[in-house]
Design a protein around this ligand. Structure first.
Ligand SMILES: [Zn+2]
Length: 491
C-alpha cells in the first residue's frame, strides 16, 4: 500500500466513524425526544393540582410538600441538586391562610338583605384580616393619592370608618415612560396601605380574582367582588357603574359616598403567618464541555398557586402546574438521555410568584450562577391549553430563537409566534421580567389559541382544561431547542 492510499483509507475511516457517531448521537437524541409523553406530563399536572397540595400557596406546608415531590423526581432521574448540595433555595414568604369562604351581605335599605354567593359574586381577600365589619360605603376609584401627579382619589370624600369600594389599575395605562410615574401606585399593597392611612374600615375590591399578591394589614378586612355586584350597589345609589368607571379612566376623579342606608357586611376568617419561608426548587444538569459547562441555561416556571379558600381549592392546573409539568418532562429527558448538553442547564421551579414574584426576585438577587455566565432563561407560564406556541422575547434574540424554529420546523410543526421583548414601564407582572431586568436574555413561553375555556385564578382551573398534546409538544420543543442552544459554540 502506498502512502497516498493509506492516508486516503485513514481519512475515509475517520470520516465514516465520525459519521456513524453523529448518526448515533442523532438517533439517541430522537429516542429521548420520543420518550417524552403526554400521558406522563398529564400525570405530573394531576399530581400537582391534586387536593393534597391545597392549591400550592407559597409558604404553606402544602407548597413545601409539592416542592419536595418535585425535588424527589429530580433525584430519581439524576438531576443534581443545584444549591450547595440542596434542591431548595429558601426565601422569606409571609402569607395568610383563608380558613373559610367568609360571607358578604348587602343591605340596600333597612329590612332588606342580599347574601352574595361564593365564588360567583365574591371571593374573600387572600390577605384579609379576620372578623366582621358592617359599614356604609364610599367609592374611591383607584384609591391613589399622588400629590406630585396632581391626583387624589380621596380628595373629595371622607372614608374614615367606612368600607371603600376600590378598583385595580392606575389612570394611566399606556406602556411608555410616563407610565413609570404611576407604577408605584399600581401595586395592590400601596392601595391597601393608602386606604388604611385614610382610616377606611374595610374594602370591597372590584376585581374578582383570588389574589395572594396583596398585603395583610392589622384588622383590615376586605373581599373581592364581581362587576355585577358593583353594578347593583351603584344602581341603588342612583349611579351607573359603567359610566363612573369611564369617568375614572378619564381622570375625572368620580369618588363619592353611597347612600347612608346602603350597608355592606364582610366576614372573613384567616390566619396570618408573617415569618413563613418558601423556596425555589433547583436542579442541575452539568454540561460536558470543559469550557462551556461554566455557562448555564435556565429553564424556569412558577410552582406556586393561589391556595384555597375554606374547603375550595384553587388547583392552578393551567396556571402553572402545566408549565412545571413541561419543565419536569424536559428535565427527565436531559437527565435520562445518554447525550448530555455542552453547557449546563439549571431547572428552577419558582415559589412566591402569585404573592409578588418573590422567588424570581430572590434568584435575581442571589443567583446560583453568575449572571454574565447565564446564556439565557426561558420562563414557562400557562403552557398547557391551546394549539400554538408563543415566545415573547424570541425576536429580540434571533440567534437563540433560531434553535426553537429549527426544532419546531423539523419535528413539531406547530404555529409558533414570537415577539420582541417589550420593555414594560408598568409594574413587573411575571417572573420573566425579573430575569430580563437582571441582565439575562429571557424568553417568555406560553401556549395560546385556547381549546378549553381558561379559568384564571379560579377553582375551575383544573386539569380537564389542559390539552395534553400541546404539553407534550412544548416539552419536546423545550428539550430539542435548549439542547441546540446548549451545544451552540457560536453563541
Ligand atoms: Zn402564572
Amino acid at each position: 500500500m502506498n502512502i497516498k492510499k493509506a492516508t486516503f483509507l485513514l481519512l475515509f475511516s475517520t470520516l465514516l466513524f465520525s459519521g456513524i457517531a453523529q448518526e448515533n448521537k442523532h438517533d439517541k437524541i430522537l429516542e429521548t425526544f420520543h420518550s417524552i409523553s403526554s400521558n406522563e406530563i398529564l400525570r405530573f399536572a394531576e399530581e400537582l393540582s391534586s387536593d393534597k397540595y391545597k392549591g400550592r400557596l407559597s409558604g404553606s406546608p402544602e407548597y413545601l410538600d409539592a416542592a419536595k415531590w418535585c425535588a424527589n423526581k429530580f433525584e430519581e432521574w439524576g438531576v443534581q441538586p443545584a444549591n450547595n448540595g440542596s434542591y431548595f433555595q429558601y426565601f422569606p414568604n409571609e402569607y395568610s391562610e383563608v380558613f373559610s369562604i367568609g360571607k358578604l351581605t348587602y343591605s340596600p335599605q333597612k329590612n332588606k338583605t342580599i347574601n352574595y354567593s361564593f365564588p360567583d359574586d365574591y371571593l374573600p381577600g387572600s390577605n384579609s384580616a379576620s372578623g366582621t365589619v358592617t359599614c356604609e360605603m364610599v367609592y374611591v376609584g383607584y384609591g391613589i393619592s399622588a400629590p406630585e401627579l396632581n391626583y387624589d382619589d380621596y380628595q373629595n370624600v371622607n372614608v374614615e370608618g367606612k368600607i371603600i369600594i376600590l378598583e385595580s389599575g392606575t389612570p394611566y395605562t399606556k406602556n411608555d415612560t410616563t407610565l413609570q410615574k404611576w407604577t408605584p401606585y399600581a401595586y395592590h399593597r400601596y392601595k391597601f396601605r393608602n386606604a388604611v392611612k385614610h382610616g377606611a374600615a374595610g374594602m370591597i375590591y372590584v376585581s374578582k380574582i383570588a389574589n395572594p399578591n396583596t398585603v395583610n394589614l392589622d384588622g383590615f378586612i376586605y373581599a373581592h367582588v364581581s362587576n355585577e355586584v358593583a353594578v347593583q350597589i351603584f344602581a341603588d345609589a342612583g349611579k351607573d357603574f359603567k359610566e363612573t368607571r369611564q369617568s375614572l379612566k378619564n381622570m375625572e376623579i368620580p369618588s363619592f359616598a353611597l347612600n347612608p342606608q346602603q350597608k355592606i357586611t364582610i366576614t372573613a376568617k384567616t390566619k396570618y403567618f408573617p415569618d413563613a419561608k418558601s423556596c425555589n426548587v433547583v436542579g442541575l444538569i452539568e454540561g460536558t464541555d470543559p469550557v462551556l459547562k461554566d455557562e448555564v441555561i435556565i429553564i424556569g416556571g412558577h410552582l406556586d398557586g393561589q391556595g384555597k379558600m375554606g374547603e375550595t381549592v384553587f388547583p392552578g392546573a393551567l396556571d402553572n402546574a402545566s408549565g412545571v409539568s413541561d419543565i419536569l418532562a424536559a428535565a427527565k429527558a436531559f437527565a435520562t438521555s445518554e447525550i448530555k448538553p455542552k453547557r449546563s442547564i439549571l431547572f428552577i421551579l419558582l415559589g412566591g410568584e402569585e404573592c409578588g414574584l418573590y422567588g424570581s426576585k430572590f434568584y435575581a438577587e442571589y443567583p446560583l450562577f453568575p449572571i454574565e455566565k447565564t446564556a439565557m432563561m426561558i420562563n414557562l407560564d400557562m403552557v398547557g391549553n391551546g394549539t400554538s406556541f408563543y415566545v415573547s422575547g424570541g425576536k429580540s434574540y434571533p440567534k437563540l430563537f433560531s434553535h426553537f424554529n429549527t426544532a419546531n420546523d423539523k419535528y413539531i410543526h406547530r404555529t409558533m409566534d414570537a415577539s420582541k421583548t417589550r420593555k414594560n414601564y408598568g409594574r413587573p407582572r411575571s417572573d420573566a421580567s425579573n430575569f430580563e431586568n437582571a441582565g439575562i436574555k429571557t424568553f417568555s413561553f406560553y401556549t395560546h389559541n385556547s381549546v378549553y375555556p381558561v379559568y384564571y385564578h379560579h377553582p375551575m382551573d383544573k386539569t380537564n382544561v389542559l390539552t395534553p398534546e400541546i404539553m407534550e409538544d412544548a416539552a419536546k420543543l423545550l428539550y430539542l431547542s435548549i439542547l441546540g442552544v446548549a451545544d451552540d459554540e457560536g453563541l
